[in-house]
Design a protein around this ligand. Structure first.
Ligand code: NAI
Length: 336
């Protein structure tokens, strides 16, 4: 098949080219994000390959369908950026990479926790300037603290395992509790109780209509003063303005983010010589107790290999016809 890859970075090309040696698809790489402005680039391609900040709204999908595209191959697990109802209506199949190393995201999550708690980011800068003062760097022992995990799917479960190993008291909430985790000591509670009881709250559920702004002012008001909040899942799970108020009131003592609700205009680009126009994000950067990474939790050799191989296997399966694995449309689509 001929494939238009959007939001291409050098590492995408490297891993997709390597994986394509066993598939022989014709791949063209485009650096821009997929949007209404850039969708003409995809005209005539059978498949469009997109990433987390590509916009697959109704207009983009309609344009794609009208110009020959039949398959949307997401290089991500999340598919909140695709209008699935519209894709169904247009007969477009949407496939994804359901799991591409939950350990990558779980380990990054723990990295944010440890860095924030022991102020390693601040210590790094201080020591480089010859400042060996410890004032303001005090953390706490994680062993025995209560860590609340929202969503115990693949990433949440991997995070829970590490936290159990560190001696934390792990509580969790999920509409589908994991019996194995429960046997290993994770206690399932209601979301409200998790929010009220946790010293550390970490989000690992998908972004849906129901989970949008799940952490809002009401939730923050119920948190333990001094809570650590971590989000490596999707930005709009948090109402960022409410979180900023929570930081100012010192209810939230430590905030670690790998995602941000308006990240599509910021992340995956070098903007170091530009003025940041997003005042909410700029405010977040001013807090000494906030640590932000730019959607890099997945960014490991293992994840990039799995993303590339699964994406091309999905595309090959679609090309062969029959049932396509990893389809996310509301009904499983059988390609012709
Ligand atoms: P998964 O599908 O294995 O697990 C998600 C879990 O969340 C499921 O157990 C589900 O029942 C639960 N859930 C759904 N709605 C919920 C709610 N309202 N409250 C509590 N739990 C709820 O997904 P996986 O692989 O663990 O990924 C989780 C999220 O991580 C993805 O949706 C994606 O947004 C994010 N992600 C972030 C990456 C990064 O680089 N920062 C990379 C990959 C995924």
């Amino acid at each position: 098949m001929n494939i238009a890859v959007f939001s291409t970075k050098p590492y995408d090309r490297q891993f997709l080219d390597a994986a394509n040696s066993t598939h022989n698809h014709v791949i063209d790489y485009f650096e821009p994000r997929l949007s209404v402005q850039t969708v003409p680039l995809a005209e005539g391609y059978d498949a469009v390959c997109a990433f987390v900040n590509d916009h697959l709204d109704a207009d983009v999908l309609t344009h794609l369908a009208e110009h020959g595209t039949r398959l949307i191959a997401l290089r991500s697990a999340g598919f909140n950026n695709v209008d699935l109802a519209k894709a169904d209506e247009l007969g477009l199949t949407v496939v994804r990479v359901p799991a591409y190393s939950p350990y990558a995201v779980a380990e990054h999550t723990i990295g944010l926790m440890l860095t924030l708690n022991r102020r390693i980011n601040r210590a790094y800068n201080r020591v480089r300037e010859g400042n060996f003062s410890l004032d303001g760097l005090m953390g706490y022992v994680l062993r025995g603290r209560t860590a609340g995990i929202i969503g115990t799917g693949q990433i949440g479960a991997a995070t829970a395992e590490i936290l159990l190993g560190m001696g934390c008291n792990v509580i969790a909430t999920d509409p589908y509790p994991d019996d194995e985790l429960a046997k290993r000591g994770v206690k399932y509670v209601e979301l409200d109780d998790l929010i009220a009881e946790s010293d550390i709250i970490t989000l690992h559920c998908p972004l849906t209509k129901e989970s949008h702004y799940m952490i809002d002012k009401r939730a923050i008001d119920r948190m333990k003063p001094g809570v650590m909040l971590i989000n490596t899942s999707r930005g709009a799970l948090l109402d960022t303005t409410a979180v900023i108020e929570g930081l100012k009131s010192e209810t939230i003592a430590l905030l670690g983010l790998d995602v941000y609700e308006e990240e599509e205009n910021l992340f995956f680009q070098d903007l170091s010589a530009r003025v940041i126009q997003d005042d909410v994000f700029a405010r977040l950067l001013t807090f000494p107790n906030v640590l932000i990474t730019g959607h890099q939790a997945f960014f490991t050799e293992e994840a990039l290999t799995t993303i590339a191989t699964t994406t091309l296997e999905n595309i090959s399966a679609f090309e062969r016809g029959g049932e396509v694995p990893n389809t996310v449309n509301s009904e499983r689509v059988v390609s012709s």
